[in-house]
Design a protein around this ligand. Structure first.
Ligand code: ATP
Ligand code: MG
Length: 340
């Protein structure tokens, strides 16, 4: 259970001053070697901001306010991604950690063949490679993601959405990164296609040994495919557990709401409407738990104090953490008592 990426106390804002949006707040999250970690939460909860922040791809006016992102390479000492120079960062991306953006399948260049685009990624990091070796590698990568060699010369518009998504995955894998981040790559695709692509990624992970951070709204997909799941709300991680544990026994009322606002695994897809109320305004966050105003179980401490993410004292399980006053950690339990 060695860590490959450790996010420690990450804070990300959009803008500065009173109007700043606190999109990611004090996030602690660890990705272990070879695991699939799912990240779920409603629209606006900060999932993409977390992914862009940790890879230093935040668009302006995004600013990292604090924290560390410790990367553990296969060989060599761990280092903080937030401290890398622009040159080091270019080497880090694709080769150590690659990211497939939200809506990435539409970001392929329409005027170039998919093989050319794949070969360009390889060339950028290995300028001395021969054209023949790049072509062979592009063919191999496409085969890996289930695209026949006769599609090498296709242009993006000649491929289906699912195939374009596979090309994006092939690109992300081109330099054999240790970490692959997928930001909702499947939103625009139908349910069957989504499952196929995620299943394929999980299988590739087993073969190639990389770790995956998979971001989606669709918790049912994560329950099926990820080892662990982290739930985000209002810029914070509110619960983190093994997929099976979360499914059987979600501790945070928000996780519970998310789970029950989705239909059965293979049922029809619909928008998240199960939790009444709307997400918090991240410019002026409430003093206490951001979910309290929508929470059916809120009681006295919830509105006044932000619960700390920790191992719940009422479960004998060190693999899970939750930030909820209903399930305080050992040391927080005393804090609750002293409040009442
Ligand atoms: P979705 O599921 O819709 O992709 P998300 O969980 O990825 O949502 P983010 O896109 O990270 O959420 O947004 C987090 C918060 O930051 C939201 O309140 C959003 O309005 C805000 N935000 C995102 N991008 C910007 C921006 N460029 N400028 C200002 N605020 C932004
Ligand atoms: Mg997003």
């Amino acid at each position: 259970n060695e860590p490959v990426l450790e996010i420690k106390g990450l804070d990300v804002d959009y803008g500065v001053g009173a109007e700043a949006v606190h999109a990611v707040q004090d996030v602690h999250l660890t990705l272990h070697r070879g695991e699939v970690l799912g990240l779920a939460g409603e629209s606006g909860s900060g999932k993409s901001t977390l992914a862009y922040g940790l890879t230093r791809l935040l668009p302006p006016p995004g600013v990292i306010r604090g924290g560390e992102v410790i990367y553990h390479p296969d060989d060599g000492e761990p280092y903080d991604v937030l401290q890398l120079t622009p040159k080091q960062l270019r080497d880090f991306r694709w080769a150590e950690t690659s990211i497939v953006f939200q809506g990435a399948m539409n970001s392929l260049n329409p005027v170039h063949k998919v093989s050319t685009q794949l070969m360009d990624v390889i060339k950028a990091h290995d300028p001395r490679s021969t054209r023949a070796s790049r072509l062979a590698r592009a063919r191999e990568l496409l085969r890996l993601v289930g695209i026949a060699a006769d599609r090498l010369d296709a242009y993006p518009h000649q491929l289906s959405g699912g195939m374009r998504q596979r090309v994006m995955i092939a690109m992300a894998l081109a330099l054999e990164p240790r970490v692959v981040i997928m930001d909702e790559p499947t939103t625009a695709l139908d349910v069957v296609m989504q499952r196929q692509i995620l299943a394929q990624l999980v299988e590739l992970r087993e073969r190639l040994g990389f770790s995956v951070l998979f971001i989606t709204h669709d918790l049912s997909l994560l329950v099926e495919f990820s080892d662990r799941i982290a739930i985000m709300y209002g810029g914070r991680i509110v619960e983190q557990a093994r997929g099976v544990d979360l499914y059987r026994d979600a501790l945070h009322p928000y996780s519970d709401g998310l789970l029950h606002s989705f239909p059965a695994l293979r049922g029809p897809r619909r928008e998240l409407t199960g939790i009444p109320g709307s997400p918090p305004d991240q410019r002026s966050l409430p003093l206490g738990c951001a979910f309290a105003p929508r929470c059916p179980h809120a009681f006295e401490p919830c509105a006044g104090h932000v619960p700390v993410l920790g191992a719940p004292a009422d479960r004998d399980d060190t693999t899970r953490t939750v930030a909820c006053w209903l399930h305080p950690a050992e040391d927080d339990a005393t804090a609750t008592l002293s409040l009442s």
